[in-house]
Design a protein around this ligand. Structure first.
Ligand SMILES: [Fe+2]
Length: 410
C-alpha cells in the first residue's frame, strides 16, 4: 500500500489554513444547451436581459426570448467592454421604469459586471447613481438588497457568475471601482459551454488566462482555505491544457467545457479569497492602456510564483505537483513557456508598446484589498522589481517566440 503523505504538520508560513469561513449561495446549473432552456431554471416574472450586440446578431437573445416568452420585459444589448460608470447609470435610468424583478446577464465579465451595477442601483431610491456613490461618496441605502442577478457567462475566465463583486470603470477619472456585497452573488449561474464555441481567439486566451490567474491568486493568498486550495488545484489541470488545445482548435467542445469548469472553480475560490498581487498590478495597465484584463493580470504570474514560493507553506508545491511539476520554480518556467506559446507577449505589446510608460505606473500598482491579500508581504520596491522582471520576460518572449500571432477580437 503506498504511503499517504502526512500533511498535518506543515509549517505555518503566513496563514493558518484551519481558520476560515466559506459562504457562496449561487445555484449553479451546468449543462450544454442550458441557456436555451432558461425558463426551466429561474422563476422570475419580469426579466431584464443585458448583453452585447453580438448575441443579438448570433440569435442567442432570440433563444432566450423564446424560452422566457412574456416574462422577458426588456433587452439591453449595448454593453461595452469594461463598463463605464456613466454608461451603467444611463442604463439604470432607462431600465428603472420597466420595474424588472431580476437582471439576466448574458455575456462575458462586462455584461455580468454591468448587471451587478444595475442590480445595486435599481433597488435604491430613484435618482441614486453610481457616479454619485463612487465619485462623491454618497452612501447606498444599506437596508435594501440588490435585485437578483442571473449570470449566463459566454466567456470562460472571469468567474463573475459566482462572485459577489462587479468591476465598474471610470475612464473619465482613470479609476476602477467595485460594487460588492453578499446580495450581489448571482442567484443563479447557468453554464452552457456551447456559448463559448465561437469566441474569438484573443478573447478565449485573455479570459482563459484570467481563470489561470484566479486559481493562482487564490492560492498565494492570505484568505485561502482548504476548500479554495482544493478548487484551485482542480482548476489549473483543466485550464492550462484546455487553453493549449483551443489555440489549435477553437471548436474543441471538450476543451471549451473544461475551460468553463476551470473558470467556475477558480471563480468560486476567489469569491472567498479575493484576488492578490497580480490583479493589484493589473488595474493601472487596464485603465492606462486598455490592456485586456486577462493579459494584465497574468503576465506577472511566472515571476509572482517564484516571489511567493519564498513564503510557501506547502500549498505551492502541492499545486506544482497537481500540474506535473516538482516544485514552484519548475511550474513557473512551464507557465512562462505556455504563455509564450499562447502569444501573451504579442497581446501585451499590442496594447503597451512602450515598456517605460508601463513602468511609470508602478507607484499606482499597490491596490488596497488586493496587494495585501498576497501570501508574501509586498513593498513598493518589490512591485517595481516584479514589474521589471515581468516586462523583461514579456520582451524576451516577444522577441524570441515566432508562433502564429493571436487573431484579434475584431
Ligand atoms: Fe480577474
Amino acid at each position: 500500500m503506498p504511503p499517504i503523505p502526512d500533511l498535518t504538520n506543515r509549517k505555518r508560513a503566513v496563514v493558518d489554513v484551519t481558520n476560515w469561513t466559506y459562504f457562496n449561495p449561487v445555484r449553479i446549473v451546468s449543462a450544454a444547451g442550458s441557456s436555451a432552456r432558461l425558463a426551466e431554471h429561474i422563476g422570475y416574472q419580469r426579466v431584464a436581459l443585458v448583453t452585447s450586440p453580438g448575441f443579438t446578431r448570433r440569435g442567442v437573445v432570440e433563444r432566450v426570448r423564446t424560452s422566457l416568452g412574456g416574462r422577458l420585459v426588456a433587452v439591453f444589448d449595448d454593453v461595452k467592454p469594461n463598463p463605464d460608470v456613466l454608461d451603467v447609470d444611463a442604463q439604470a435610468d432607462a431600465l428603472g421604469p420597466l420595474a424588472p424583478d431580476c437582471i439576466v446577464a448574458l455575456g462575458g465579465g462586462s455584461s455580468i459586471d454591468t448587471a451587478k451595477g444595475l442590480a445595486r442601483l435599481l433597488s435604491q431610491p430613484v435618482g441614486t447613481t453610481l457616479a454619485a456613490h463612487f465619485r462623491d461618496g454618497i452612501a447606498f441605502d444599506g437596508g435594501v438588497a440588490a435585485l437578483p442577478v442571473v449570470a449566463i457567462p459566454t466567456t470562460a475566465g472571469t468567474g463573475a457568475e459566482v462572485t459577489p463583486f462587479g468591476t465598474i470603470w471610470d475612464f473619465g477619472l482613470g479609476k476602477k471601482y467595485s460594487v460588492t456585497g453578499t446580495d450581489l452573488y448571482p442567484a443563479v449561474a447557468v453554464l452552457d459551454p456551447e456559448l463559448t464555441l465561437d469566441l474569438p481567439e484573443e478573447v478565449t486566451i485573455s479570459s482563459g488566462l484570467d481563470a489561470v490567474s484566479h486559481a493562482l491568486e487564490s492560492t498565494w493568498n492570505r484568505n485561502a482555505s482548504p476548500i479554495t486550495l482544493g478548487m484551485a488545484t482542480k482548476s489549473l489541470p483543466l485550464s492550462l491544457p484546455a487553453l493549449e488545445r483551443l489555440r489549435v482548435d477553437p471548436r474543441d467542445v471538450a476543451a471549451r467545457s473544461a475551460m468553463m469548469q476551470a473558470s467556475l472553480l477558480a471563480g468560486l475560490a476567489i469569491s472567498q479569497t479575493r484576488t492578490a498581487l497580480a490583479h493589484s498590478i493589473s488595474y493601472p495597465l487596464t485603465t492606462g492602456f486598455n490592456l485586456p484584463h486577462g493579459i494584465a493580470c497574468s503576465f506577472t504570474l511566472p515571476v509572482l510564483m517564484k516571489f511567493n514560493a519564498v513564503a510557501d507553506d506547502g500549498r505551492l508545491h502541492d499545486l506544482a505537483r497537481a500540474v506535473g511539476h516538482a516544485d514552484p520554480a519548475a511550474f513557473s518556467a512551464d507557465l512562462c513557456a505556455r504563455f509564450a506559446a499562447l502569444g501573451v507577449a504579442d497581446l501585451f505589446r499590442r496594447h503597451v508598446p512602450d515598456m517605460n510608460a508601463a513602468m511609470e505606473l508602478a507607484p499606482q500598482m499597490i491596490t488596497p484589498g488586493r496587494a495585501d491579500n498576497n501570501l508574501r508581504a509586498v513593498s513598493a520596491e518589490d512591485v517595481a522589481e516584479l514589474l521589471v522582471a515581468s516586462l523583461a520576460q514579456v520582451d524576451s518572449n516577444y522577441l524570441a517566440h515566432a508562433s502564429r500571432p493571436v487573431a484579434p477580437a475584431s
